[in-house]
Design a protein around this ligand. Structure first.
Ligand SMILES: Cc1ncc(COP(=O)(O)O)c(C=O)c1O
Length: 369
C-alpha cells in the first residue's frame, strides 16, 4: 500500500472518508435557500446574454484584459445596494475571504477571530503576516478582553466573524461587535455568506442596518443568490488596496462576465421579490414547532450527534428514505460535534417537513438521542 492509499485507508477507518455523489432526494442540503438557481428571470437573462454575444470567459485577470463591463456594473450596483463606498467581485467567496486576510492585515496587526469562522477565512488568516487570536464563539467578553490586551501594541486590529454561522445557524451580535470595533478602533470583517438575501428588511444581510463605519462585508453569491462569487464591500481605500495587493485577485482569471451579469440580476430579484424571504421565514417558524431541536435561529438547523458514525448512519437512513441530507464531520466542524446540517429552502412544503421530522425523530429515538 503506498502512502496515498494509506492516508485514504486511515480516513476510512476514522469514518472521515469523503466521496463525491450526485444529489438525489428532497433537498435538505443546498444553500439555495430561496430557490434562485432555477429562477426563470435568471435562465432567460443567461440565454439572452449568450445570444447577444456576451463572451463566455473574461480572457484574463481583471488588471490585464479581463475587466469586463459586467464586473464593473455589478460592483457599482453592489456598492449602491449594500451602501458601501466601493465593492469588488471575486469568482468565489472562498477566494474573496483568502484575499481579504492575505492582503489587508500586516505584520504589525492582530486578527481576532471567532472560533467557528469558515475555513476560507481561516486559510486567509493562516496566509496573513498578522498575529491572530482565536476567541470563544459569539463571546463578546472574550472579544473585549482580547481587544484590551492588544490595543496598545497592535497597529491595526481586525475582528473576523460571520453574521449567520454556516454550520450552527446562530447569529452574531453584530451591533455590539461593531460598537466594540469602534471603541477600540478595530475593523470588523463580517462574512455574510449565509445572511445575504435572507436577513435584513430588504435582504441585504444581517448587517443591513449597520453603517459602514469600521466594517467590511463579504456577500457570497452562490448561496441565497443562486449564482456564484463573492462581493467585498468597504471603503474606497480598502477596495483599492485589495486591487493592488490581493494575490487571489491579481493572479487569477476574472470570473466569467456572465457570472457577474447574472449575479447583478440576482441582487435585483432579491430587492424586487421579498415574498421569497418571507416564505423562508414562514418555513423557519413552522420548523420551530416540527423539528426535534430546542433552538432554531435561521435557515440552518444543526442536529448535533457528536459521534461521526452515528451521524453517518442517520444520514444514510434519511437518504434511503428520499431526503438529500448529509453528515458533517470534523474537520468541517470541531472534533466531537459531528452533525446533520438541515438546510431549509422555500421549496419545502409542510407535508414534506412533517414527514421528514417524523423520520428524523424515529432515528434519533433509536439512537437514544
Ligand atoms: C461562511 C462561509 N464563508 C465563505 C464561504 C465560501 O463561499 P463560496 O462557496 O462562494 O466559495 C462559505 C461556503 O461554504 C461559507 O459558508
Amino acid at each position: 500500500m503506498n502512502k496515498f492509499q494509506k492516508k485514504l485507508r486511515l480516513f476510512e477507518q476514522q469514518n472521515r472518508l469523503r466521496c463525491l455523489s450526485q444529489p438525489s432526494g428532497i433537498d435538505f442540503t443546498s444553500n439555495d435557500y430561496l430557490g434562485m438557481r432555477e429562477h426563470p428571470k435568471l435562465r432567460h437573462a443567461a440565454l439572452e446574454a449568450l445570444h447577444s454575444g456576451m463572451p463566455v470567459g473574461a480572457g484574463g485577470s481583471r488588471l490585464l484584459h479581463g475587466n469586463c463591463e459586467q464586473h464593473i456594473q455589478l460592483e457599482e450596483y453592489a456598492a449602491l445596494y449594500f451602501g458601501s463606498e466601493k465593492a469588488l467581485y471575486f469568482a468565489t467567496g472562498y477566494q474573496a475571504n483568502t484575499a481579504i486576510f492575505q492582503a489587508l492585515p500586516t505584520r504589525h496587526d492582530v486578527i481576532i477571530y471567532d472560533s467557528l469562522i469558515h475555513a476560507s477565512s481561516r486559510d486567509g488568516i493562516q496566509n496573513s503576516n498578522a498575529k491572530s487570536i482565536k476567541i470563544a464563539h459569539n463571546d463578546l467578553n472574550a472579544c473585549e478582553n482580547a481587544l484590551k490586551r492588544i490595543c496598545n501594541s497592535a497597529e491595526t486590529i481586525w475582528i473576523a466573524i460571520e453574521s449567520v454561522y454556516s454550520m450552527d445557524g446562530d447569529l452574531a451580535p453584530l451591533e455590539d461587535l461593531q460598537k466594540l470595533a469602534i471603541n477600540y478602533n478595530a475593523i470588523l470583517i463580517i462574512d455574510e455568506a449565509h445572511g445575504t438575501g435572507i436577513f435584513g428588511e430588504t435582504g441585504k444581510g444581517l448587517s443591513e442596518d449597520l453603517s459602514y463605519e469600521n466594517i467590511i462585508t463579504l456577500h457570497t453569491c452562490g448561496k441565497a443568490l443562486g449564482v456564484a462569487g463573492g462581493i467585498v464591500c468597504g471603503s474606497t481605500e480598502i477596495i483599492d488596496l485589495l486591487i493592488n495587493t490581493a494575490r487571489p485577485f491579481i493572479y487569477s482569471t476574472a470570473p466569467p462576465p456572465m457570472q457577474a451579469y447574472l449575479t447583478k440580476i440576482a441582487l435585483e430579484i432579491i430587492r424586487d421579490e421579498p415574498e421569497r424571504r418571507k416564505k423562508l421565514f414562514q418555513i423557519i417558524e413552522l420548523c420551530k414547532t416540527l423539528l426535534p431541536v430546542s433552538e432554531i435561529n435561521s435557515q440552518i438547523v444543526p442536529i448535533i450527534l457528536k459521534d461521526d458514525r452515528i451521524a453517518l448512519n442517520i444520514a444514510e437512513i434519511l437518504q434511503n428514505a428520499g431526503y438529500d441530507i448529509h453528515a458533517i464531520r470534523p474537520p468541517s466542524v470541531p472534533e466531537g460535534s459531528a452533525r446533520l446540517r438541515i438546510s431549509l429552502n422555500i421549496n419545502l412544503t409542510e407535508e414534506i417537513l412533517r414527514n421528514f421530522s417524523i423520520c428524523l425523530s424515529e432515528q434519533l429515538k433509536k439512537e437514544a438521542l
